[in-house]
Design a protein around this ligand. Structure first.
Ligand code: GLU
Length: 510
């Protein structure tokens, strides 16, 4: 066993990283940091047919956005590089040779057509101890025949030779010890002469070993590969330094029991990718959490809870707190239901946790886009008044536009209900009162207006609702006097005047 904990996130650049992949990376990060270890990014790009341009860049941008940094990666380098498997071809060849020489692997020449024919003849055909004798490989051909085929540039693959009836133990930190019989495994292809590249299984194991990985933390979908990986470790003589495994529970769709898919996201209107993705071939766009307005810390907190819980009531954790609290003992074996409402809830909590100044800074680009020019001081005040009502920064505009622009129209229904015959006169009197106040603070306004209402035996609801309609244009918004305090006396009077004119004209037209 090595002294230092080293974990890796090993995505294949076959498209945009799925949100489940981000969860896997996060758990790797949490465990590594808790143990004072290293968190490594390795790009598993040996399957050239599935390579998608831009996917690696997308991965890098995702983790930059989330603020989870790798100790070693293709971009950053490190002592165990290169960190892209396509740049490690020569390394794998050494181990392919070793496996062939020790008899742990063999060469197979069967063409796709021949394999297809076998599948037709034999039910549930798999290439293994019982069928390999009937196939065209270095075990059934003579050494000379094999050599001459290779010399004649015949395409071949290398297969791992799985001996039957052996127990294979996968020691999983979440699932415990799982023992399976080697008889169920097939002789998987580990190398292809056509592109001179290993397959995922061999490259993955060789790199985990050479990079001194101590813990393999990955999605449950890789659990079926684990026995083969253990077998490869054994065959390569590396059993002593084999990493420990942790296969994380699947992310399940919001309803039902299936695996969360992009289709669920499209159907229910939430992203399944961290960042927006533009398909390089079709040009189709898929939405991302970043572009949908989620804060990176909220996403981290949300993902941490998809498959793990602290065993207490606490739901809000900083990244450092997660690092401290994380444990595999508290990871669940069963799938974690994906609940986007919970993601929204987290976003709301993280918005509330920002200072008003920070939130104002996030809101600034939206105001600019709307053509609003307001001081940071005003914006800070405004967001403080409305932030409790939003789940996303972009929703701030809807909740606060009236702080920045006067209403140009008045909500029909509210007007019918709130603007009565006597209202214009009352609003005129209110204007008078407002222009005479010496102190225009929210508290003082409230005191003065309430007194005036009482003295004149007016109805508070009628006055305040009409006042709100004049200032906001509809019946919503925070406390009335907080609004007028922010927009100021002149603007308050202007809006009252405007409402009286517009709504009285309307009255006359009816
Ligand atoms: N390349 C695999 C993937 O795309 C890695 C699985 C593993 O972590 O071993 O997820």
């Amino acid at each position: 066993m090595y002294h230092k904990t080293r974990v890796r996130f090993a995505p294949s650049p076959t498209g945009p990283l799925h949100i489940g992949g981000v969860r896997t990376a996060l758990y790797n990060y949490l465990y590594a940091k808790q143990q004072g270890g290293d968190f490594i990014l390795r790009i598993e790009d040996t399957d050239t047919t599935r390579f998608v341009p831009g996917a690696e860049e997308y991965i890098r941008e995702t983790f930059d956005w989330l603020g989870l940094s790798f100790d070693e990666s293709p971009a950053k380098g490190g002592a165990y590089g290169p960190y892209r498997q396509s740049e490690r071809r020569e390394i794998y060849k050494v181990y392919v040779k070793q496996l062939l020489e020790s008899g742990a692997a063999y060469i197979a020449f069967d063409t796709p057509e021949e394999l297809e024919a076998r599948r037709g003849e034999i039910a549930n055909f798999q290439y293994d101890a019982t069928t390999r004798e009937k196939m065209r490989n270095s075990l059934t051909l003579s050494q000379e025949e094999t050599q001459s085929l290779i010399d004649g540039a015949t395409q071949y693959v290398v297969r791992i030779k799985i001996d039957p009836d052996r127990d294979i133990t996968v020691n999983d930190m979440i699932r415990g010890e799982v023992v399976i019989s080697s008889t169920v495994l097939d002789d998987k292809v580990i190398y292809k002469s056509s592109d001179e590249l290993p397959t995922y299984h061999l490259a993955n194991v060789v790199d985990d070993h050479l990079m001194e990985i101590t813990h393999v933390i990955r999605g449950e979908e890789w659990l079926p590969s684990a026995p083969l990986h253990v077998w490869l470790y054994r065959s390569l003589g590396w059993e002593e330094s084999m990493p420990r495994f942790a296969h994380l529970p699947l992310l399940l769709k919001p309803e039902g029991n299936g695996k969360l898919s992009k289709r669920d996201g499209d159907r229910l209107g939430f992203p399944v990718f961290p960042l927006e993705w533009k398909d390089p071939v079709t040009g189709d766009r898929s939405s991302g959490y970043r572009e949908s307005g989620y804060l990176p810390d909220a996403i981290i907190n949300f993902l941490a809870f998809l498959g793990w819980n602290p065993g207490t009531e606490q739901e809000i954790f900083t990244l450092d707190e997660l690092v401290q609290a994380f444990s595999f003992d508290r990871c669940s074996k069963s799938g974690a239901k994906f609940d986007v409402e919970k993601a929204k809830w987290y976003n709301h909590q993280y918005i509330l946790n920002l200072t008003d100044g920070e939130l104002a800074t996030l809101f600034a680009p939206i105001l600019k886009e709307k053509g609003v020019n307001a001081t940071q001081e005003k914006v800070t005040k405004v967001v403080g008044l409305v932030k409790a009502r939003v789940h996303f920064v972009k929703e701030l505009w809807d909740q606060s536009s009236f702080f920045f622009v006067a209403p140009v129209s008045y909500d029909e229904k509210t007007t019918r209900k709130r603007w009565k015959k006597e209202t214009p006169g009352q609003m005129r009197a209110l204007m008078q009162l407002i222009s005479e106040m010496d102190d225009f603070s929210a508290e003082n306004q409230e005191k003065a207006v309430m007194e005036w209402i009482q003295q004149n035996q007016l109805h508070t609801g009628n006055i305040m609702n009409a006042f709100r309609l004049a200032i906001v244009g509809e019946g919503k918004g925070p406390h009335m006097f907080n609004i007028t305090d922010v927009i100021g006396r002149d603007e308050t009077l202007r809006r009252l005047e405007q409402a009286i004119t517009t709504l009285t004209e309307r009255e006359e037209n009816i």
